[in-house]
Design a protein around this ligand. Structure first.
Ligand code: NDP
Length: 478
């Protein structure tokens, strides 16, 4: 089947613009076919987009909340109509399975329009008592003001969902936005931008600067940007952290999440969770189970259950309904996965399943005999690999789970409620899951990490902390 080739441009001040630095080709990770092209913007165009957002801010901020919400609801209806088309574009350009793309659109991305509207309508300030000078004559009101221009930089693994969270919440609360999507998923990103434009958001309220890292760098460092919401690797996140200086920020970075399997765990359930944790989206998820810390007494049985399940996954064309796992998104991800597996094997790990690749496809892989010093245990792999590390005690499992400096998501399988609490208290991760896979998150719960996994929280009203400035207004009525 021949793929339709789509040519997309940047969105600056309500107008579609060619890239000042040519175009970027987007190729299917499945077939290598050209899927489309996108404008490669210059730093100058990034500055134009920030200027447009800064011009639009005062008017947008004063637009009645109910009018902003009405536009978001209109956009929600458009998104619902376009879910399937966008899902197909996501699968084409970055390779996740069509079932995963449909989930991204219908369960996550589309609902952000509604959730942001509802949260903005119910976002409350505070009224504080007068305590200074014992006069009882002060009345203090604390309000949350829109921060101004928000820079949003997004990765390719959930190209529409992750962008939609910040964009919807920022626009709902009265901020304006400059968005730099990933160069590996710009076509579905442009379809999200279409929705805002078609719903009638005023020019400059949402700008999309397409291109590579250069464009992202120019946006986050711009002095007229008030807040930065960056999602991507820890390495880029560190650069962004120094470039943003004193701006408000949320950094959603890489993970190295463990699933801990205690000796009392329901092993079948833990093996199911490991499959979802290691192979969902071919392991290319910040919340992926990057390490399986399994008690030595149940390790053999657990590995057998896991390999049996992983061996049944149907790997192939992401657009086929029956496919369970698609290709990796690009050659860099494949190379790192290959390297981590090869290093582990050279250092004594055993390949129980998989370990092979073809094109950008890496087969579901189970490694036994992995040790904590191996790169695969210390660093984020972001590929379909289940590295099993044997542990002898709860203390050892907790130490290893906390040892890599990443702190996004950790999971524990146990039937002992007392131990579950102890683990929850001791694991230094933004989310601790008991008897659930690491790849679980709730749209109304605070999501984010600590340490090398970043700072700040997103989803629901937690998102608004970074998108607003807290102001106190003091009245003296004495
Ligand atoms: P990258 O860090 O490579 O890129 C993320 C975005 O930043 C892209 O749009 C990229 O542009 C842009 N960029 C690159 N360099 C700079 C720079 N110097 N300044 C500003 N922006 C820049 O991450 P990936 O796209 O490869 O995404 C995968 C990573 O994202 C994984 O580590 C994953 O764990 C993490 N992630 C974290 C999540 C979380 O919530 N914690 C959720 C999802 C993913 P371009 O790609 O066009 O070069």
């Amino acid at each position: 089947m021949t793929t339709t080739v789509t040519h997309r441009r940047a969105l600056i001040d309500g107008q579609w613009a060619d890239g000042g630095d040519g175009e970027i080709e987007v190729r299917s990770p499945h077939s290598g076919e050209l899927v489309g092209t996108v404008a490669r913007c210059t730093a100058g165009q990034a500055a134009q987009a920030v200027a447009a957002a800064a011009r639009a801010f005062p008017g947008w901020r004063k637009t009645p909340l109910l009018d902003r919400v009405a536009l978001l609801y209109k956009a929600y209806e458009l998104c619902k109509e376009r879910n399937e088309a966008i899902a197909r574009q996501i699968s084409r350009e970055m390779g996740k399975t069509i079932r995963e793309s449909r989930e991204e659109m219908a369960e996550y991305a589309c609902e952000h329009f509604r959730r942001a509207s509802e949260d903005a309508l119910r976002y409350r300030g505070q009224f504080l008592p007068s305590t200074q000078e014992r006069t009882n004559s002060k009345r203090i009101v604390v309000s949350q003001e829109p921060a101004g221009v928000v820079a949003v930089v997004t990765p390719w693994n959930f190209p529409v969902d992750i962008a939609a969270i910040t964009i919807c919440y920022a626009l709902a609360i009265g901020d304006t936005v400059v968005w730099k999507p990933s160069e590996y998923a710009p076509l579905s990103s442009a379809m999200l931008a279409d929705i805002f434009l078609d719903a009638g958001f005023p020019p400059g309220t949402l700008n999309m600067v397409t291109g590579g890292g250069e464009a992202g760098r120019a946006v986050v460092a711009h002095p007229d940007v008030a807040a930065v919401v960056f999602t991507g690797s820890t390495r880029t996140g560190m650069e962004v952290a120094s470039a943003t200086g004193l701006k408000n920020r949320v950094l959603e970075l890489g993970g190295n999440g463990p699933i801990i399997v205690r000796r009392d765990a329901d092993l079948e359930r833990a093996a199911d969770a490991a499959v979802a944790g290691c192979f969902y989206l071919a392991g290319q998820c910040c919340t992926a189970a990057e390490r399986l810390l399994v008690h030595e007494s149940v390790r053999e049985r657990f590995v057998a259950l896991l390999a049996e399940r992983a061996g049944k996954l149907r790997v192939g064309d992401p657009l086929a309904d029956s496919t369970d796992m698609g290709p990796l998104c690009h050659a860099g991800v494949l190379e790192r996965t290959r390297q981590h597996v090869d290093d582990a094997v050279a250092a004594g790990a055993t390949v129980v399943l998989g370990g092979t690749s073809r094109g950008l496809y890496f087969m579901p892989t189970v490694l036994a005999g992995v040790t904590p010093d191996m790169a695969i245990a210390r660093e984020e792999t972001f590929g379909p690999v289940a590295p099993v590390i044997s542990v002898g005690s709860d203390e050892e499992a907790i130490d290893l789970a906390n040892a890599t400096g990443y702190g996004l998501t950790a999971a524990v399988f146990t039937n002992d409620l007392r131990m579950a609490w102890r683990y929850a208290d001791s694991l230094r991760h933004g989310t601790v899951l008991i008897n659930e896979t690491t790849n679980y998150w709730d749209q109304l719960a605070p999501f984010g990490g600590r340490g090398r996994s970043g700072t700040g929280r997103e989803l629901s009203s937690w998102m608004l902390d970074a998108l607003t400035e807290t102001k106190q207004i003091v009245f003296d009525i004495g």
